[in-house]
Design a protein around this ligand. Structure first.
Ligand SMILES: [Zn+2]
Length: 688
């Protein structure tokens, strides 16, 4: 049981929320005027069965008692756990022997990396590094103060300089490999990863060395920049170079500037622009954005002007949009801007040559929308077809709707309409549609969606028409008939969750097949059995209505008085009845309705007969696979929260909490790996 679960088990949400809202009983739920926004008609509901709250009004969000407390008091997740832990007597910071062992291992690796940084720095300022130091201060334009502040170093040529030094200090070759500083080849020989390179230590938020970026010194050495590999301490998708030194400047200026390379960031700091951080050579990630939005109100992306840079910028923007809309509904008010550097220069060069121009460029960075419209227009051919122009509009609109500022949105719509020669009315409709879709997705995280839908991504698999008999003329003339989509409830459910529930409701015993699989994957590991590989449960469902139905289902299979489905129909909250019906709507029938116009009379006959057979097939195998995807999705969701908590703990210099969350993340990753392996074994490929 997780700390959060333990708190939730001890703290009734009704009792807690009662202190902040005038709850009145309404059927199985409680209603009140929302404590978070001003209203006269109650649209705030607390459901004691699911231990959840929801504001159906202006907030349009909901969650559990922890998210309520976070929102009410402005707490971070870990603060909420700490406070509610005190209230309920749940000890928040526990450490198992395994966690202790891992913390010790991390300490060893940190010590090793710090020693490596010291050795490299000595190498640069010592006799052997004379030429390289001249290069760093000359060609790269770094001052002695910068070299010392960033502890820049030099990895000597040769195969075992660092390794020998580390072993002298008592570190083992295994530890050197594990830290990413050494490589073991197929013959088992261990040697230095970095040779004859300028070494730049990469630090975590607390300034502790977690890896290195290394620039080649010899022209023939490839790649030009080499980073530490992923290690227990270094995850480049979560790291922002320079953040430890930029934190306070970002807080003071409320602006974070993101550049592409660490040399750019170092140069900026040297010139006095201390609010600059660097990505680690990838498009910006969710975690990086969240880290910055803790203190920055404005994020300026200053990426290279070449085509690759622009693509990276666009990927970063999409990540930014997804992150903001998923968790904050765009209400966070982070202002994302793009800094275009004239003349295809690196920030590094520009800052060195004309630092004043850099300051002006940051101040005058373009709002995302303006930049995006300009870029899309530049790529559009002069006589673009209506389809091409529509495609541009659909790409740009979602990013325009991030802004909560209506005036700004309207202004951009006008611009877009003018540039694309498309009626503003049409663009407005699309924008509204986009907002509806995004609202429906909240508050679940919305990762950037792949171009082609995959079935576990919430869409049914594309129908393979080639396997059907070629259409013959029938009473519809053989044409493909576009039938209206099947009736659905107003808010679309995640398809995969709905499919799982459908199988469970029809064949309740399939649940045991799923739980057997999960337990087998846990391999008797208590932490996994009680944690990420626990039996299928409410938390696997992200949609609160589906959770509610799942809860009644779990109750249903605990009792013996009625058939589970009958029990469910009797016990379910009347408001959920239409949802239950939607879930039980027959998939096969939907498909049949869609393609029946193309079927010959014979094929229709075969279909109708076989459908009955299909209904009686054991759904265990299908459910196991789908439930594993479901659990995988949940682990991903939870890991985002865990990462946030870990970052919080690290920022608060809380070692115990940091270690605890790190352990939880590792457990979650282990479980996810086993799930993926099992899915691989089942003959499918899990796409990240
Ligand atoms: Zn509200």
């Amino acid at each position: 049981m997780s700390v959060a679960d333990e708190i939730k088990a001890r703290l009734n949400i009704v009792d807690y929320v009662q202190q902040f809202a005038q709850l009145k009983r309404a059927g199985k739920t409680y209603k009140a005027c929302c404590p978070f926004h001003n209203e006269r008609t109650p649209s705030f509901v607390v459901n004691p069965d699911t231990q959840s709250w929801r504001c159906f009004g202006a907030c349009a969000e909901g969650g559990d008692v922890i998210s309520f407390a976070m929102k009410r008091h402005g707490w971070s997740f870990s603060e909420a756990l700490a406070e509610l832990g005190k209230l309920t007597g749940v000890e928040v910071r526990r450490q198992t022997p395994e966690q202790k062992a891992e913390q010790d291992q991390h300490e060893v690796l940190r010590g090793l990396l710090q020693s490596a940084a010291d050795a490299y720095h000595e190498g640069l300022i010592g006799a052997m590094g004379r030429d390289v130091l001249a290069y760093a201060t000359g060609k790269r334009g770094l001052t002695a103060a910068t070299i010392s502040q960033f502890k820049i170093g030099y990895a000597l040529p040769g195969w075992t300089h660092l390794l020998d030094y580390l072993t002298q200090l008592g570190y083992t070759p295994d530890q050197a490999v594990e830290s990413g500083m050494a490589i073991r080849n197929d013959e088992g020989r261990v040697y230095d990863r970095f040779r004859n390179r300028l070494m730049i230590p990469i630090r975590d938020e607390r300034g502790r060395v977690i890896g290195f970026g290394a620039r080649a010194l010899a022209a023939e050495d490839n790649p030009k920049y080499l980073n530490s590999p992923q290690t227990p301490l270094f995850d480049k998708s979560k790291t922002l170079f320079g953040f430890d030194m930029a934190k306070s400047a970002i807080r003071d200026s409320e602006t974070a500037v993101i550049v592409e390379g660490y040399m750019d960031a170092i140069q900026a700091h040297q010139a006095g622009f201390a609010n600059v951080v660097a990505q680690m050579g990838t498009a910006m990630t969710d975690t990086q954005i969240r880290t910055l939005t803790r203190t920055a109100k404005r994020i300026v992306l200053a990426l290279d002007a070449d085509a690759a840079g622009q693509n990276a910028t666009r990927r970063s923007l999409e990540t930014a949009r997804a992150a903001l809309q998923a968790d904050f509904g765009g209400r966070l008010g982070v202002d994302i801007r793009i800094l275009s550097i004239p003349g295809a220069k690196d920030p590094d060069d520009l800052i060195r040559e004309t630092p004043d121009q850099w300051a002006a460029l940051v101040a005058g960075a373009q709002p995302v929308a303006d930049w995006l419209i300009a870029m899309e227009m530049a790529e559009l051919p002069p006589n673009a077809s209506i389809q091409e122009r529509e495609a541009v509009a659909r790409r740009v609109l979602p990013l325009l709707t991030v802004s909560e500022d209506n005036l700004y949105q309207r202004d951009n719509l006008q611009k877009l309409s003018l540039r694309l020669k498309l009626p503003e009315r049409e663009l407005l409709d699309w924008a509204a549609e986009q907002t509806r879709i995004e609202k429906a997705r909240q508050p679940r995280p919305a990762p950037p969606r792949p171009a082609a839908p995959t079935f576990h991504d919430g869409e049914p698999p594309p129908l393979d028409l080639s396997t059907l008999t070629p259409p013959e003329p029938d009473e519809n003339g053989g044409a493909v008939v576009e039938l209206p989509a099947p009736r659905r409830s107003a808010v679309p459910f995640p398809e995969l969750e709905q499919q799982c529930l459908r199988i469970l409701l029809r064949q309740p015993t399939t649940l045991y097949a799923v739980n057997r699989t999960l337990r087998a994957l846990a391999e008797n590991d208590r932490l996994l059995l009680d944690g990420p590989l626990t039996d299928l449960c409410l938390e696997d469902f992200s949609h609160s209505d589906l959770r509610a139905i799942m809860q009644v289902f779990l109750d249903a299979i605990q009792q013996v008085d009625a058939e589970p489905l009958d029990y469910l129909r009797q016990q379910i909250d009347p408001s959920l009845q239409p949802h239950l019906d939607a879930i039980l709507t027959d998939d096969a029938l939907v498909v049949y309705n869609r393609v029946r116009g193309m079927m010959s009379a014979d094929l229709r006959f075969v279909w109708q007969n076989n459908q009955r057979v299909l209904m009686s097939v054991d759904g265990s195998a299908e459910l196991v696979e789908k439930a594993l995807y479901l659990r995988g999705n949940r682990l991903k969701r939870e890991r985002e929260i865990l990462s946030l908590m870990q970052v919080d703990a690290a920022a608060g210099q809380d070692d115990n909490a940091n270690v605890f969350y790190t352990q939880q993340i590792i457990l979650s990753k282990t479980a996810k790996q086993r799930i993926d392996a099992e899915l691989g074994r089942l003959g499918t490929v899990q796409r990240e």
